[in-house]
Design a protein around this ligand. Structure first.
Ligand code: NAG
Ligand code: NAG
Ligand code: NAG
Ligand code: NAG
Ligand code: NAG
Length: 669
């Protein structure tokens, strides 16, 4: 039985629909002054009537939608068509640096509250990034080359259907339409207003995207013309709007100046005379006499403010003092101010301390401007030697994006100290789950997933990125777990910074005992192969739930040795973590494969180890593992390392459990 109130409600609802009749099928905004848009994130309409999607704030999203959904259901006997045009501008403080872009979108919902900033453009998040359930069509104006989404360059226009991997994309620009029909490139984040047209005709399912500098007539040849089947994407009612996102380093402002839209027809042309001006060009036209009149007042006020604040500033200077050298100018956007980090971590209070690692203390923090959670690592280091190379490397690593590599957001330098800012990983590091008995153990399926994740992250660093990055310190405590327990590699490169000693003639070995490849311990040169060695030890560590080296009766006992002994004896599966059940037959096969792969990777001879690409093929089951060679079977790992001399200045990041081990016990070996 329906309650009377509910009946009444439905009646009015019906009445409302009935009286509204046909919904709006078109709208035009020549400027947004007084427009009622559905805004969220940091989107706003400026007093000048500009739609400002995201302003210069780090890691934010902004959305703006036409407040009412539009009827995308075509009239009987017809197919859907729509057309839209808008003028936009991406204004960046650093126009030579890439930044994140924006998108026009057709979406079933205006609630994109869980979408992520930076490379996700405020459209999706890491879970539903290519989910057909999204029902989202977007035209992206993307200013970053993101290998994860197979982007073609860092200045392109793309058609995205439910996914940031574009169905089709082209470098931004237009065809001049003259006799030669030359292609003219456009720079998306030049700060200049540009116009985009998006036209869809359902009959031949053709979606055209055209662009040009603002105020130019529409080029007759579209930039993109793709066949897109939208029948399974659009519902009868859809919202249309814009999304944009800023990243961690460069954060531009995204503006829309005007916008028109029409379903089943051609969108009305924009009236350029009515479009609002961008702030920059407005200030240029400021009449001179106002400046003349304002000048004395401004100088006086300024002098007052300076006098009043000088003492305050000096005191603050000391508190928030940083080291900034000339060569760092170009890394400006990757710098965090110490003050920002100080505030984020509540003054580096102990209650925010996440842990103490081999290289320093790590604090949790929340960036004041964007509310993003971060982890801040304080590394003590004398500036000078190696710092320049290191900062160049971390900044370049900061541009690297992979789902299994912890994102480095930026850095800050103080006297004798370097601060690194990373994405915050709520579940901490993997070693806690392996050794801390108070934490729940991870089942095999989860461990196997983490292993595959770390392998793909490392493969990316070794082979798939612009240049080869050697991690140098792979171990369970450097694998971080995000909210869904996905593994991400952290802390790369740090070992290298510490390896640059104060005296360039000495070589210091930096790594962790038990993970050091023999040839690395001998020559001190880290390579991708010494990374593979450490990865092999890591595999054994995860499968066995044991530390790579323990001291028993004053002797190092290496996990690799013990597993190898068991392999020879045919009892290798017994070396597994006793907390692992292995109910399924598949798990036993996988476990055996991982242990064997661990042995193969930690082969004493670098030439005998597989590359990370091969490792990935083994883990994916695309290739079967070769047998361990008889020669390897007769090797004894300690016999190779036992005679190794560790010099006095060998710095080794020591796992906390063996931190009691003295330097002399090392030297004795
Ligand atoms: C555009 O929408 C208005 C109502 O908002 C309507 O009166 C007009 O006929 C529409 N134009 C076209 C071409 O459909
Ligand atoms: C950006 O916009 C937000 C919200 O509207 C505001 O709080 C912040 O001050 C703005 N930042 C800048 C740099 O304009
Ligand atoms: C938007 O969605 C989120 C999660 O999906 C939900 O928590 C939130 O309440 C929604 N917001 C609105 C305004 O509907
Ligand atoms: C996909 O993610 C976005 C952003 O988190 C969210 O708004 C949207 O509702 C999600 N879509 C689905 C189908 O879960
Ligand atoms: C797309 O562009 C092609 C080539 O210029 C043109 O023939 C076609 O009519 C256009 N389609 C739409 C929907 O504008």
């Amino acid at each position: 039985m329906m309650s009377p109130i509910l009946t009444l409600f439905y009646f009015f609802l019906f009445l409302k629909i009935a009286t509204c009749g046909v919904q709006n099928n078109n709208f035009t905004f020549n400027g947004f002054g007084g427009a009622k848009l559905d805004l969220d994130g940091i989107a706003s309409i400026t007093p000048e009537g500009l739609l400002l999607l995201t302003n210069a704030t780090r890691l934010m999203t902004g959305h703006a939608f036409h407040p009412a959904p539009l009827r995308f259901k075509p009239p009987a006997g017809k197919t859907l068509s729509f057309s839209t045009t808008f003028v936009f501008a991406i204004v960046s403080k650093y126009s030579d640096l890439s930044s994140h872009g924006m998108a026009f979108l057709v979406s079933p919902t205006v609630n994109l509250s869980t979408a992520l900033p930076s490379q996700y453009l405020g459209l999706f998040n890491s879970e539903n990034c290519s989910d057909a359930a999204n029902h989202v069509l977007a035209v992206e104006l993307d200013t970053i080359e993101n290998p994860e989404f197979a982007d073609i360059n860092d200045n392109h226009v793309g058609i995205d259907v439910n996914c940031l991997k574009s169905a089709d994309s082209r470098p931004a620009g237009y065809y001049s339409g003259s006799a030669t029909d030359q292609f003219e490139r456009l720079n998306l984040h030049s700060g200049e207003p540009m116009q985009v047209w998006v036209d869809f005709a359902g009959g031949d399912m053709q979606l055209n995207v055209t662009m040009s500098p603002a105020q130019m007539p529409k080029p007759s040849r579209p930039l993109l013309s793709a066949t897109v089947d939208l029948s399974s994407v659009v519902y009868d009612q859809m919202y249309v709007g814009f999304s944009s996102a800023t990243g961690s380093s460069n954060h531009p402002s995204h503006y829309v100046l005007g916008w028109s839209f029409m379903v089943n027809g051609e969108a009305e042309s924009l009236d350029y005379r009515k479009l609002p001006q961008l702030p920059r060009s407005k200030s240029k036209r400021k009449p001179k006499h106002i400046v003349v009149w304002l000048l004395p007042v401004a100088i006086f006020t300024f002098a007052l403010i300076v006098a009043a604040t000088v003492i305050l500033v000096v005191r603050r200077r000391i508190k928030y003092a940083e080291v900034l050298e000339d060569w760092e100018q170009e890394y400006g956007p990757h710098r965090f101010s110490y003050k920002e980090l100080y505030r984020a971590t509540d003054g580096f209070k102990d209650k925010e301390l996440l842990g103490i690692g081999g290289f320093g203390r790590v604090y949790r923090g929340v960036l004041p401007a964007s509310n993003i959670e971060v982890a801040v690592k304080r590394v003590s280091h004398e500036s000078g030697q190696g710092m320049k190379e290191f900062v160049a490397e971390i900044v370049s690593i900061g541009k690297l994006r992979h789902r299994n590599v912890a994102q480095l957001l930026g850095y800050c330098r103080r006297k004798g100290e370097l601060l690194l800012v990373y994405d915050y990983m709520p579940n901490g590091s993997l070693d806690k789950y392996l050794y801390d008995q108070t934490r729940p153990s991870l089942d095999w399926a989860r461990r196997f997933m983490i292993i595959k994740g770390v392998a793909s992250g490392l493969l990316y660093l070794h082979e798939d990125w612009e240049h080869v990055v050697v991690h140098r310190d792979i171990k369970a405590s450097n694998v971080l777990l995000d909210g869904e327990l996905n593994g991400k590699l952290g802390d790369f490169g740090l070992a290298r910074l510490c390896q640059h000693g104060s005296d360039p003639r000495t070589t210091r070995i930096v790594g962790t005992i038990g993970y050091l490849a023999p040839e690395f311990a001998r020559k001190g040169k880290a390579t991708t192969m010494s990374d593979v060695f450490a990865f092999g030890v890591f595999l054994l560590e995860v499968a066995c739930g044991r530390r790579p080296s323990v001291i028993e009766a004053g002797e190092h006992v290496f996990l690799v040795d013990w597993v190898l002994e068991n392999w020879k004896a045919g009892t290798v599966v017994a070396t597994r973590d006793q907390r692992l059940g292995l109910e399924e037959e598949r798990s036993v096969v996988e476990m055996e494969m991982v242990l064997k792969l661990g042995l193969l990777c930690s082969h004493p001879m670098p030439e005998a180890r597989p590359s990370m690409r091969q490792v990935m093929q083994f883990l994916d089951g695309d290739k079967t593992l070769p047998e361990l060679s008889p020669a390897y079977m007769s090797f004894s790992y300690p016999s190779l390392t036992q005679n190794q001399r560790y010099d006095d200045d060998c710095i080794v990041s020591i796992p906390t459990s063996v931190a009691t081990m003295s330097n002399s016990s090392l030297k004795a070996r």
